[in-house]
Design a protein around this ligand. Structure first.
Ligand SMILES: CC(C)(COP(=O)(O)OP(=O)(O)OC[C@H]1O[C@@H](n2cnc3c(N)ncnc32)[C@H](O)[C@@H]1OP(=O)(O)O)[C@@H](O)C(=O)NCCC(=O)NCCS
Length: 199
């Protein structure tokens, strides 16, 4: 899908009201009740990325985070060097999750769902698969970092049992070029929030 179908800047999220794709700055938060209908959608297949999947996965990450390396837990991690799980929807790479080992934990380095497939279960299945990988390896935790502006991600992970363990204020103050720069709803990107789930 062309990133510029609905907007000039790369679209990272999909409006839950009108379906338009939006970039970080243009996105807004909206509270809804349980009226949201459950859509019957094709099943989500998750699998370890093959070499042929890597360009699509890296493109999803690049579009969401503006680069193919991620600043997290005090390090800059090149996504080409992580393991990747991809979600396959009707033959399309609809989402990707990059991970690596961090002590006795699986660290989710990046997670992105193509806006076209958001709210279809893709992100949830990718995280569930990462938790299965961690359990298989005998690790006891899944950890990740996000930024203060990313309220949708904080909602998403806490809904799935993740707890905030640490807030690193001004985490990337001296290296703002390593963060996405423009935050969700134009909220300044300042702090790193670390989350974890015991599995
Ligand atoms: C955060 C992100 C990965 C979530 O991915 P997603 O694929 O939309 O996630 P899911 O579809 O699994 O879940 C989202 C919602 O859709 C709902 N949903 C899933 N399948 C559905 C269906 N068939 N019908 C209706 N709703 C559905 C889920 O229940 C969930 O809502 P809830 O938590 O209120 O219950 C995605 O928004 C994204 O790529 N964001 C930009 C990048 C980012 O912020 N990454 C994380 C940084 S650390």
């Amino acid at each position: 899908m062309t990133p510029s179908v609905f907007s000039a800047k790369p679209s990272v999220l999909r409006c839950s009201r009108c379906g338009k794709f939006v970039d970080w700055a243009e996105a807004r938060l909206q509270v809804v009740c349980g009226c949201r209908t459950h859509l019957d959608l094709p099943p989500v297949f998750t699998r370890e990325a093959e070499a042929a999947d890597q360009p699509a996965a890296l493109e999803l990450f690049r579009r969401d985070f503006g680069r193919t390396s991620i600043a997290s837990f005090g390090e800059v991690i090149p996504l080409a060097e992580t393991s990747t799980i991809v979600a396959d929807m009707e033959g399309d790479i609809s989402g990707a999750l990059a991970w690596r080992q961090r002590d006795d934990a699986l660290q989710i380095v990046a997670l992105a769902t193509d806006p076209m497939w958001q709210r279809s279960g893709v992100g949830g299945y990718l995280v569930a698969e990462a938790e299965i990988v961690a359990r298989r390896k005998g690790w006891t935790r899944v950890v990740l970092a996000t930024t203060n502006d990313n309220l949708p991600a904080l909602y998403f992970y806490q809904r799935r049992g993740y707890r905030i363990t640490e807030v690193v204020r001004d985490a990337w103050r001296d290296h703002a070029e390593l963060t996405i720069g423009v935050g969700f709803a134009n909220i300044p990107v300042l702090d790193e929030l670390r989350l974890e789930k015991t599995i």
